[in-house]
Design a protein around this ligand. Structure first.
Ligand code: KG4
Length: 333
C-alpha cells in the first residue's frame, strides 16, 4: 500500500511516500528555519504562507523521487494535530484535495504518533508494546505504546516542552533559532558540573515534568553574568543546562518503563537527537536492562515519512477522515 504523507505542523513542510508502514520510498523536507531565525522563533503566519507555497511542489517531488505515478497512490495521510493551527490547516487542506482528486482514502495522523512511528522506520524489528519518550519542540511526553494505535500518555511536561526550553535558552545565548542542535555542539567541550541549575519535580505526579523553572533560571544566570561583566563559560553552561534537562527526562523514562513493566524504550522527536540525552539513555538502558531504540537523528526531527508510516497503521485500524476533517492545535494522543 503506497501512502502519500503530508506534514506541516510547525516550520517544516514535508512530503513522503511510504509503503506498508515500514518502507520509505521518498522523504522530502523543506525547513523554514532560516526564515524564522531573524525573529528568534517561529512566526505562525509566515509558517502558514510558506507551507502554502511549498506543499504542492514537495508532494510532486516525493512522487517523482519514489518513481510512482499518481494512480499508484492508495491513500493520503496527513498530520492534523497538534501544532500551529494555520500551518496544520495548509497540510490538511492539501491532503483533502489530494485524496479527493485521486479518489483515495484520507487518513488523519496525530503528530506525536508520527514521532513514535519514526522508530518503526529505523528498526524493522521494533513492535509494540514499548515505552516512548517523545521529546520535541512542542511536546514532552512519556507514552505507553500498547499497540500501533493504542497509546496512553503516562507523563508529560506541565509547562514548556524540552525543545522549547533549549530554543529559548539558546536564543538568549545568541545561538540563533532553533538552538537545540547548536547547544548540543557547544556543550560537548564543557564541564557539566560548573553551573548549578534546578531540576523540578511535580508533586504527586512523579512521571510529569516541568521545564519553565529551569528555563528561567538558565536565562537569569546568563543575564546576571552579563550584568556583572563576568565571562560566561558558554560550553560549560550548555553542558550544565543539557545535563539538567537530561536528568529530568531520563530517570522518568526509566521509572515509567519500570512501572509499566515495559522492557523496550524508544525515543523520538527533535530533542532525541541530543547527544548527551542519547548517551544518558544508553547508559540507563544498560543499567536497567531494557532495550533502547534511538532512531537516527534525521528521523528525530519533523518529517512526513513518520506520518506515512503511522498512517498505514491508522488505516489498518480503520481510521478515515472525510472532507470535513479539521486541524487541532492541541489534541490528546
Ligand atoms: O521534532 P521537531 O523537529 O519539531 C517538533 O515536532 O517540535 O523538534 C524540534 C526541536 C527544537 O526545539 C530543536 O531545538 C530541538 O528539537 N533539537 C534539539 C537538537 N536537535 C533539535 N535539541 C537538543 N539537542 C539537539 N541536538
Amino acid at each position: 500500500m503506497n501512502i502519500l504523507a503530508i506534514e506541516s505542523s510547525c516550520d517544516e513542510t514535508a512530503a513522503a511516500i511510504c509503503r506498508n508502514g515500514r518502507e520509505v520510498l521518498s522523504d522530502v523536507v523543506l525547513s523554514q528555519a532560516d526564515m524564522h531565525a531573524v525573529y528568534g522563533g517561529v512566526v505562525p503566519e509566515i509558517a502558514s504562507r510558506r507551507h502554502v507555497e511549498a506543499v504542492g511542489g514537495l508532494a510532486e517531488q516525493a512522487l517523482a523521487e519514489a518513481g510512482l505515478r499518481r494512480e499508484e497512490i492508495d491513500a493520503v495521510a496527513v498530520t492534523y494535530a497538534p501544532g500551529l493551527i494555520g500551518a496544520l490547516l495548509v497540510g490538511v487542506n492539501f491532503a483533502k484535495a489530494a485524496s479527493y482528486g485521486l479518489g483515495v482514502p484520507l487518513i488523519p495522523v496525530h503528530h506525536v504518533r508520527g514521532h513514535i512511528a519514526a522508530g518503526y522506520i529505523a528498526f524493522p524489528e521494533l513492535e509494540p508494546p514499548f515505552l516512548s519518550l517523545a521529546i520535541s519542540g512542542g511536546n514532552t511526553l512519556l507514552v505507553d505504546v500498547r499497540d500501533y494505535t493504542d497509546m496512553h500518555i503516562v507523563g508529560a511536561s506541565r509547562d514548556d516542552a524540552a525543545g522549547e526550553c533549549f530554543d529559548k535558552v539558546a536564543r538568549v545565548l545568541g545561538l540563533g533559532y532553533p538552538g537545540g542542535a547548536a547547544m548540543d555542539r557547544l556543550a560537548r567541550g564543557g564541564d557539566d558540573s560548573r553551573y548549578a541549575l534546578p531540576r523540578a519535580k511535580v508533586e504527586d505526579a512523579e512521571l510529569d515534568m516541568s521545564f519553565s523553572g529551569l528555563k528561567t533560571a538558565a536565562i537569569n544566570l546568563i543575564h546576571n553574568a552579563r550584568q556583572k561583566g563576568e565571562t560566561l563559560d558558554e560550553a560549560s553552561f550548555a553542558a550544565s543546562f543539557t545535563k539538567a534537562v537530561s536528568e529530568v527526562l531520563v530517570p522518568r523514562a526509566v521509572e515509567a518503563a519500570r512501572m509499566l513493566g515495559r522492557r523496550t524504550v524508544v525515543a523520538g522527536g527533535g530533542v532525541a537527537a541530543n547527544s548527551r540525552i542519547r548517551e544518558d539513555l544508553t547508559r540507563a538502558a544498560a543499567e536497567n536492562g531494557f532495550q533502547l531504540f534511538l532512531p537516527p537523528t534525521a528521523l528525530c526531527g519533523d518529517n512526513a515519512a513518520m506520518i506515512g508510516c503511522q498512517g498505514y497503521y491508522e488505516y489498518i485500524a480503520g481510521k478515515r477522515a472525510g472532507m470535513d476533517l479539521n486541524a487541532y492545535a492541541t489534541l490528546d494522543i
